[in-house]
Ligand binder design. Structure first.
Ligand code: ATP
Length: 261
């Protein structure tokens, strides 16, 4: 058996905002093909990790490697081109555009054509547009939104908007998909269905996934490996059983007194 390959490696990453140390000496690895969970109480620094990987913010120090290549210093669009896509905790959809237009915009950004071509609506432009539309419809179908393609994003139920964000991220052909609280605001049935969806896209798109999630049932079910952080630092790492029984994790979630009681 070949040794697992690291797709994403954080080494001693630090980030502070003013006096707040949002991420402190963070070190962990995401292996190719794995679904890794990133958990921790509110304000632990999880989204900041995603923001550092995708160059929303620069790291203060430390390194982030994607397939051995150092990411700090690259721009967000360069990181997308390397094969990293993400969804956002606070949805970033174009609310007035349809579901289809939202996905097509992501595809177009990923397969840009010349300004002149677009202006003249030349033959290649039309073929590219058709191919993008077909691909976008396929992706909507994949996330269970085929029948909502022509509906404005803002009028979709919240759970569907989260699925639309996943379709948009898939349109960027990622190798590594970062999901930021994909189940936020979903009811238990929607969370259950999301569980299946994440499993299916992981398999069908040969993805490596890093997922931030507060629904512990979902994390424990889909993530064979979990990193838990609190106050910016990693406090535990391991399989679901290790994490569920880890004293630092229990303390972080339940408080010191509850663990001692
Ligand atoms: N742009 C920013 N400016 C100032 N402080 C920030 C900024 N982004 C994050 N922080 C702070 O960094 C810390 C970590 O925030 P972060 O959003 O990464 O936590 P989180 O674990 O994702 O939390 P949640 O689960 O509530 O989304 C918090 O104290 C937060 O207030």
């Amino acid at each position: 058996m070949s040794a697992p390959e690291a797709v994403l490696t954080l080494s001693g990453v630090n980030k502070s905002f003013g006096g707040v140390q949002a991420v402190s000496q963070m070190t962990f690895t995401v292996e190719r093909g794995a679904i890794t969970g990133l958990i921790g109480p509110n304000g632990a620094g999880k989204t900041t990790i995603f923001n550092l990987v995708t160059a929303v913010y620069p790291v203060d120090s430390g390194d982030i490697l994607f397939k051995g290549r150092s990411l700090p210093g690259l721009a967000s669009h360069e990181i997308i081109r390397l094969g990293i896509a993400r969804t956002f905790q606070n949805l970033r959809l174009f609310h007035r555009s349809t579901a289809l237009e939202n996905v097509m915009t992501a595809c177009q950004r990923h397969h840009p054509y010349g300004f002149l071509e677009a202006l003249t609506h030349g033959g290649r432009w039309k073929r590219t547009e058709k191919a993008i539309e077909r691909r976008s419809l396929e992706l909507l179908d994949r996330v269970g939104l085929a029948d909502r393609a022509h509906q404005a994003a803002s009028t979709l139920p919240y759970g569907h908007q989260r699925r639309l964000e996943i379709a948009r991220a898939l349109a960027l052909d990622p190798e590594l998909l970062l999901l930021d609280e994909p189940a936020a605001g979903m009811n238990p049935e929607e969370v259950f269905a999301l569980n299946d969806l994440i499993g299916a896209i992981h398999r069908d798109f040969s993805l490596t996934i890093l997922v931030i999630e507060h629904h512990m049932d979902l994390v424990m079910e889909i993530c064979p490996h979990i990193v838990c952080m609190n106050f910016g630092a990693k406090i535990a790492e391991g399989g679901p059983e290790d994490i569920q029984n880890h004293p630092e994790v229990l303390k972080a979630y339940l408080g010191e007194e509850a663990v001692e009681a």
